[in-house]
Design a protein around this ligand. Structure first.
Ligand SMILES: Nc1ncnc2c1ncn2[C@@H]1O[C@H](COP(=O)(O)OP(=O)(O)O)[C@@H](O)[C@H]1O
Ligand SMILES: [Mg+2]
Length: 314
């Protein structure tokens, strides 16, 4: 990808005001092509509102959305021809077969769709075996995939899914994740998903924009998010005398350890890796026996809570 190439989607000061309130508040960031990109934020953060503005389901109060450089407010039809989208649940006719649903969708679209394309999308989402069964016999995961097939019919280069894992079981989530990653990697598609669950985003996305109260907290590569927290860790040490060890660490390294209640051999420290090594050396040099040192990395969940200010992300 050349450096000059335009991002798939650009948000510039994107704002939605309802009454006096800005429920989406000057969001600005770029979504690069070919990535799985996440909008991550607690319920009510403004994710759905942002997506609705991107796809033109609601008016923009202020700012701009550019799709491959096209302003959606000026070039709506052309900009939208690049986008496949499922906001909330896909619209499906339960008493028709999967195939009939796709046929119906293909006929309703702006441009004629070749029946060959129906075959392609069915294969893409792995529904070949069941496509001639009625949708009412499908599992939720299969309905989701049929919705995905619908959204892919017109060969969009950008796929947008709002909370796509809602209601799916772990197997369904995994399946969806594999499909989305495949679409990004093998088909070069840009995939945008929203979620209030960090653990899902961590597995699915290359990069996430963290949104809280309609504002952008940060955009970061998932890998960097993990790495930036790796500096600090909690280490539990098992020694022959924890209270002596605590005093020693405080006096020599100014490290304030916490004694473990109910175990006089355990204490824990919050520090970077080097300080763990220093602590062990000081203890050993002062004849305290160190039996074990175990480190718990801070989880991304901790990071996320810190960034969004301890909001509920249930
Ligand atoms: N049409 C509306 N009128 C008033 N408030 C709304 C409307 N739509 C959304 N909101 C409010 O805006 C905030 C963001 O909502 P939403 O975009 O649905 O968040 P998310 O998808 O991140 O859960 C919420 O507080 C919600 O109650
Ligand atoms: Mg939502």
């Amino acid at each position: 990808m050349s450096a000059q190439e335009l991002p798939a989607v650009q948000l510039k000061n994107l704002t939605k005001r309802i009454g006096q309130k800005s429920i989406v508040d000057h969001l600005s960031f770029d979504i690069p092509k070919g990535e799985v990109f996440g909008f991550l934020g607690p319920n009510g953060a403004g994710k759905t509102t942002t997506i609705r503005m991107i796809v033109g389901l609601i008016a923009i109060s202020e700012g701009q959305v550019l799709i491959h450089g096209l302003d959606v407010q000026k070039n709506f039809v052309k900009a939208m021809s690049n986008i496949g989208c499922i906001v909330e649940n896909p619209e499906l006719y339960k008493y028709l077969t999967g195939y009939q649903n796709l046929l119906h969708m293909a006929r309703m679209g702006q441009h004629p769709i070749d029946p060959k394309r129906i075959k392609e999308v069915v294969a893409l989402v792995g529904l070949e075996d069941r496509i001639h069964d009625k949708v009412k016999t499908y599992s939720l995961g299969m309905r989701q995939r049929l919705g995905l097939a619908q959204a892919l019919l017109h060969k969009p280069s950008i796929l947008i899914l709002d909370e796509p894992t809602n209601g799916l079981d772990p197997a369904g989530i995994r399946e969806l994740r594999d499909h989305l990653r495949h679409l990004a990697k093998e088909e070069g598609m840009t995939v945008i998903v929203s979620s209030h669950l960090l653990s899902e985003m961590e597995l699915m996305c290359d990069r996430v924009a963290v949104i809280s109260h309609g504002k952008l907290i940060q955009v970061e590569q998932i890998a960097d998010m993990v790495a930036s927290e790796n500096g600090i860790q909690t280490t539990t040490l098992t020694v022959n005398n924890a209270s002596d060890a605590k005093e020693l660490l405080s006096n020599t390294l100014k490290l304030e350890a916490t004694l473990s209640s109910g175990d006089d051999q355990k204490l824990s420290i919050v520090s970077d890796r080097d300080q763990v090594a220093d602590a062990i050396k000081v203890l050993v040099d002062n004849n305290i026996r160190v039996y074990e040192a175990s480190t718990q990395r801070k989880t991304l969940e901790d990071t996320f809570l810190k960034m969004t200010g301890d909001e509920s992300i249930a």
